[in-house]
Ligand binder design. Sequence first.
Ligand code: NAP
Length: 252
Amino acid sequence: MPFSDYKTALVTGASSGIGAAIVERFRRENIEVHAVARSEDALKELAARMGCIPHAIDVTDRNAIAKLAQEHDFDILVNNAGVDRPKKFLEADESDIDLLVDVNLRAVLHICRLVVPGMVARDRGHVVNISSIAGNYNFGGNSTYHAVKAGVAMLSNQLRIDAFGKRVRVTEVCPGRVATDIFNHVHGNDPSVRERFIDGFELPQASDIADAIAFAIAAPVAVNIGHMEITPTLQVMGGLQTAKPSTERAKP
Ligand SMILES: NC(=O)c1ccc[n+]([C@@H]2O[C@H](COP(=O)([O-])OP(=O)(O)OC[C@H]3O[C@@H](n4cnc5c(N)ncnc54)[C@H](OP(=O)(O)O)[C@@H]3O)[C@@H](O)[C@H]2O)c1
């Protein structure tokens, strides 16, 4: 049970959904959990309930993250904070592209830069990066989200190379649809949003993702579970589309 080897964790995106469930799961193992998100009240409520240490920080605030990384030796790092702004790429907003790159990829790179060298130096650590099936498969949605999540997937593989020779494990968790409030955070609080994404579907819960992460961490130190794709049973990826042209080709 390597949980007993680990004392401290940093979990980003801890104020709701998968991140909050991970905090809860880690606290059950008596890990000292540093919970990062922007929503101070939600973090305070989680801290009161679970005894984690709240940090109301934006993951894009590099100085604040650097201070946190300097002050603590994290054994477990979970890069979970994420946002989406679904829109066809041909209609993409400039600010949405920047937001997704900044939160979903740039922050993950910098947090790894700040935390992983300490793990390597101590010969002990486990990095868990939450990507998405969007990083591995093509389907309609938001191409920027697909691109940045693919970056997280490749970073996870590369970290294994960079930490090679040390007992630093890296797990990429690649969820399909999970029953969280992400859909409300993305599409607003209209009841139709839950009907479209949650109600009537049989979906993994945030706690199922946390349990899968706990399984990877609890494996013997000699075992690295590198990639976990977790989808609803009633969800598949893939598909092939072939279109007939809708217009005549223009004569050169
Ligand atoms: N749910 C799904 O179906 C699904 C599927 C595939 C992948 N994922 C991935 O799973 C992860 C967690 O998603 P979720 O479903 O739990 O969504 P969620 O309930 O919307 O949670 C997202 C978390 O990220 C935090 N966050 C967002 N921007 C942040 C920032 N700039 N700085 C710090 N924290 C920030 C949010 O907290 P604040 O707003 O308080 O900052 C919140 O705690 C994300 O990376 C998401 O892309 C989810």
